[in-house]
Design a protein around this ligand. Sequence first.
Ligand code: UDP
Length: 342
Amino acid sequence: MPSPVPSASQTPVPTGPLLVTGGAGYIGSHTVRLLRSLGVETIVVDDLSTGHAAAVDGDFEQLDLGDLEALKDCFQRRRPAAVVHFAARCYVGESVTDPASYYLANVHHTWNLLEAMRAADCRDIVFSSSCATYGEPQFVPLTEDHPQLPISPYGKTKLHMEHMLDDYARAYGLRFAALRYFNAAGASADGRLGEVHEPETHLIPLALQVALGQRAELLIFGGDYDTPDGTCIRDYIHVEDLADAHLRALGKLQAGTQCLQVNLGTGDGYSVQEVIDGARRATGHPIPARIVERRPGDPPRLLAGGSRAIEQLGWQPRRSDLDAIIQDAWNFMRAHPKGYDV
Ligand code: UDP
């Protein structure tokens, strides 16, 4: 049945130029590409600490968000109409062992960004939040009004960032969208952009690295969860669907909405075992997998609930069925077996 939701090309096009922090990263690069395909001017700001120059489309300033003066100078020179803020550190495990770098990169650098915006009278920001802000699920699916009690420093920094935006909105008239991603996955349909993390910790790229012969086996973190096959269930959302949601959120803010807090997921979950089976189907490789200990902090099920995305953004996922996600990720990995550098 055709979707009642307009496609990205039918929604109002945001007014640029847009300053995109972390636009050399995974979700940022896909979003920049979508915006530019619609004729929106973008300025990518990225320090390339984890991003990739080869993933950047268009205008690029290599800049560390820790450098407030350089950031303010960039805002004065470029006069962006709005900001899309992807730049952040995003490993839950690393945030436990090295919280200082998370509070610096996520909280302090966001404060710098908000101050640079304030100095330049730039008022609109779309921000990458996370389902990690909810913490241990008290009920599933997780609606936007689920209590936000994050358990990892990563989730806590993302919640701090949401609070900063909220306080700046009340005091200074900032307009913001906090988009709470579930499990970002997939790659651009043409295989040009995709997920390249060093080290890689995410399930789908790891499974595909086994299929490429780069790893001997996949480790399944826990096989005794209270789920039908005993492995964890997650809500995988295609990166191009995420990019589309940013476009819509920008349009809403620029039309006058002051505050949006929205889950981005499908509401459907797949178990680790189902993902591995999907990767086997897509690649034709047996992908050996072995059950090991649970990973600390992994709840059995994380699923997006709530209807705000469709009600407030007119957004719903289009490419997020598991086979499409894995096929796109596989196309990218075959084209870039060693990442962007080769
Ligand atoms: N997972 C796994 N083996 C791996 C990596 C991940 O079993 O090598 C599981 C993980 O425990 C979780 C799911 O796959 O249940 C998704 O994990 P991922 O790290 O991709 O995303 P997260 O949910 O942590 O954001």
